[in-house]
Design a protein around this ligand. Structure first.
Ligand SMILES: NC(=O)c1ccc[n+]([C@@H]2O[C@H](COP(=O)([O-])OP(=O)(O)OC[C@H]3O[C@@H](n4cnc5c(N)ncnc54)[C@H](OP(=O)(O)O)[C@@H]3O)[C@@H](O)[C@H]2O)c1
Length: 288
């Protein structure tokens, strides 16, 4: 199952997360986290040009480690820029000669920069990039790409016990051989919050988070393992991208990998937690 995990790295480049109490992960700890991840068999990292210092922090940290990771990064387009230039800037910051995948971070860029997609696909011919794709927030975005027959190899989308909006597209993605990476299995850390800590704007999700905690208590499976294994158990998903705030989170999540069978026993109860209100399940809509 470890081969289905990828490590998210926004937490290494900026202060991130609704439940974050410790700030940005210090560079020294980043090295420890990456070392442990590599030893455990995690072989993929997810980053982006807009995650603060994440790419540069990774570039420095990876120099001191033996592990080789496949790296996924994302770009935001801009006038006076080209995909080739953005790609080479990522490589420079990451001190690497290749990326596994390079994704549009903003779906609107695909529409607003019409020549870019062909140029991105061309980058794959140079031998320094394997896959091109999209990070999306809304099923309509992905559906429109599939409907129009746009060529791409990989998509990253939000998925968790609450947010299952994209599930209906998984069979089509499999049919087209498009790799599916999911993020947000812990909803930025919201799933761990006590009812009293959840902001008033998200009061609508309190009952379901309470029910998730009750399933955890009854089954003896930690919330982290339930949420992680819920993604891992889905055959439509190739990679689950998890974010960690420190080594302790990573260790807990590695332990949680072993609780798939226990999670499977309460799978039907977890399925009942589905929530379609985007104001509650989309972090970009949460009132800051
Ligand atoms: N549009 C995009 O492309 C996009 C957007 C967002 C994120 N991402 C990627 O996805 C990665 C993950 O971000 P996400 O938003 O999906 O976060 P997530 O994985 O849903 O949640 C990560 C947070 O959960 C908490 N956590 C993780 N394991 C835990 C454990 N065992 N026990 C307790 N708390 C634990 C930590 O925060 P606390 O300890 O502070 O609670 C951690 O920062 C990012 O690093 C980034 O690479 C991509």
């Amino acid at each position: 199952m470890i081969d289905k995990l990828a490590l998210g790295t926004v937490q290494f480049g900026t202060v991130y997360g609704i439940n974050n109490k410790t700030g940005q992960v210090p560079e020294k700890e980043v090295v420890g986290i990456l070392r442990r991840a590599g030893l455990a068999g995690i072989d993929m990292l997810d980053t982006a040009q807009s995650y603060g210092e994440s790419e540069a922090v990774l570039g420095t940290a990876l120099q001191s480690l033996n592990s080789r990771f496949k790296i996924v990064s994302k770009f935001v387009a801009g006038h006076h820029l080209t995909p080739r230039r953005l790609f080479s800037e990522s490589l420079i910051r990451l001190k690497s000669d290749r990326l596994y995948a390079f994704l549009y971070h903003k779906f609107s860029d695909f529409r607003d920069y019409p020549g870019w997609h062909e140029e991105l696909l061309e980058l794959k011919t140079g031998g320094h990039l394997e896959k091109v794709g999209f990070s999306v927030y809304y099923p309509q975005e992905l559906q429109s790409l599939l409907d129009r027959g746009v060529k791409f190899d990989i998509v990253q989308l939000p998925y968790n016990v609450f947010d299952r909006r994209f599930e209906f597209l998984f069979p089509a993605l499999r049919k087209h051989n498009i790799e599916v990476h999911v993020r947000s299995v812990f909803l930025q850390g919201l799933v761990f919050m006590k009812s009293s800590e959840i902001p008033a704007a998200l009061a609508g999700i309190r009952t379901k988070i309470g029910r998730l905690h009750a399933v955890s208590k009854k089954s003896g499976v930690p919330v982290s393992a339930l949420c992680l294994c819920f993604g891992l158990l889905n055959d439509g998903i190739d990679r689950v991208v998890i974010g960690v705030d420190g080594l302790a989170d990573l260790e807990n999540n590695l332990t949680g990998l072993n609780l798939r069978a226990e999670t499977e026993k309460v799978f039907d109860e977890l399925c009942l937690l589905r929530e379609d209100d985007e104001d509650l399940i989309l972090p970009s809509k949460w009132k800051k």
